[in-house]
Ligand binder design. Structure first.
Ligand code: 13P
Ligand code: SF4
Length: 323
């Protein structure tokens, strides 16, 4: 993989491009990126890019957000099939019908959805800012929350609201095994557990910390313990090991890991995995595939994203990949 690093760096300069990457990307991609972050940090960073080209190493909805907030840049995604199960489970037509059935509700929509669904929503949220945004809404305001039912249930519990939830879920975070996590905790009694709120409640109940990818990174940085069990996509452990070589990080086990020696590592996001160093090199070299959308769709999706950015708590220091 390192064979591509020099070429990627050269092409990046030649094309005046920046590489933005999510923590779930392969370690090599994180290392070659100019900035690594969670969904919220990446959307803020994308908005302020003044290079000509943004190469987004993440999933398609994240690259779409970059185009929506910074439309004059060319936005490239190494593999256009890098989708998200939450997006797939929430088609725009069905979402529109759901909204029509609840005319008194406003719709708070998780950023993991298509640009079209964003355009049909009132406010976009991420797992970093959802709780703070909900707490700014009047207590008697009925709310629809889509598309992740686990994140929605977690937020209902945290805020005391009764949001109506869309029945979607992340195929990766649903994979964690409660039984095997309990076994792992018994083997490592001093370990602290951090989970993403896309996990089902049974996993979150076993966690010492629940939050977005960046908040999990902040938790392992400030907590004095030396061993952590991480219940989110395990490529994030690369950042932890870079920043805290003295600490031990164990990926929480998935149900299928136990079945057979050759079973898939099902807690890996198959969509994120579609981006590779070779495709990143190709995308920079060929300036394709590009994120394109009509100006009407972009402006529709921009409104609820801008509301999110206005209502988000002020950003803390963000993570920067070593270059
Ligand atoms: P974060 O916003 O926490 O980075 O999460 C994005 C995501 O897709 C989690 O599965
Ligand atoms: Fe979507 Fe789940 Fe992959 Fe995140 S981990 S991008 S929610 S499929």
């Amino acid at each position: 993989m390192t064979e591509y690093v020099d070429e990627i760096r050269r092409l990046k300069k030649e094309k005046n491009a920046v590489i933005l990457a999510h923590y779930y990307q392969d370690a090599e991609i994180q290392d070659v990126a100019d900035f690594v972050g969670d969904s919220l940090d990446l959307s803020r960073r994308a908005a302020s890019v003044d290079a000509d080209v943004i190469v987004f190493c993440g999933v398609r909805f994240m690259a779409e957000v970059a185009k929506i907030v910074n439309p004059t840049r060319t936005v490239l995604l190494p593999d256009m099939d890098a989708g998200c199960s939450l997006e797939e489970e929430c088609p725009a037509e069905a979402f529109k019908a759901w909204r029509a059935e609840h005319p008194d509700h406003i719709s708070l929509t998780y950023i993991n959805c298509s640009a079209e669904v964003k355009g049909l929503s009132d406010i976009i949220v991420t797992s970093s800012n959802a709780e703070a945004i909900i707490n700014q809404l009047p207590e008697d305001q009925p709310i629809l929350f889509a598309p992740d039912r686990h994140l929605g249930a977690y937020l209902n519990k945290k805020t005391g609201r009764d949001m109506v939830l869309w029945p979607g879920a992340c195929i990766v975070h649903e994979e964690f095994s409660e039984e095997r996590l309990l076994q792992l905790k018994a083997e490592h009694p001093d370990a602290r557990v951090a989970a993403h709120p896309e996990c089902p409640n049974a996993i979150i109940e076993l966690a010492d910390h629940a939050g977005s990818t960046r908040s999990i990174l902040d938790f392992v940085a400030r907590d004095g313990t030396s061993t952590f069990i991480i219940a989110t996509e395990p490529h994030i452990i690369h950042q932890m090991e870079l920043n805290h070589p003295e600490k031990t990080f164990i990926a929480a086990p998935g149900v299928k890991d136990a079945r057979a020696a050759d079973s898939c590592p099902c807690t890996h996001c198959p969509y994120m995995a579609l981006n590779t160093m070779e495709k990143l090199r190709n995308t920079l070299r060929d300036m394709t595939p590009r994120i394109e959308m009509s100006e009407t769709s972009r402006l529709d999706a921009l409104k609820p994203i801008e509301r999110m950015l206005e209502m988000s708590p002020k950003p803390k220091a963000t993570s920067q990949a070593a270059e």
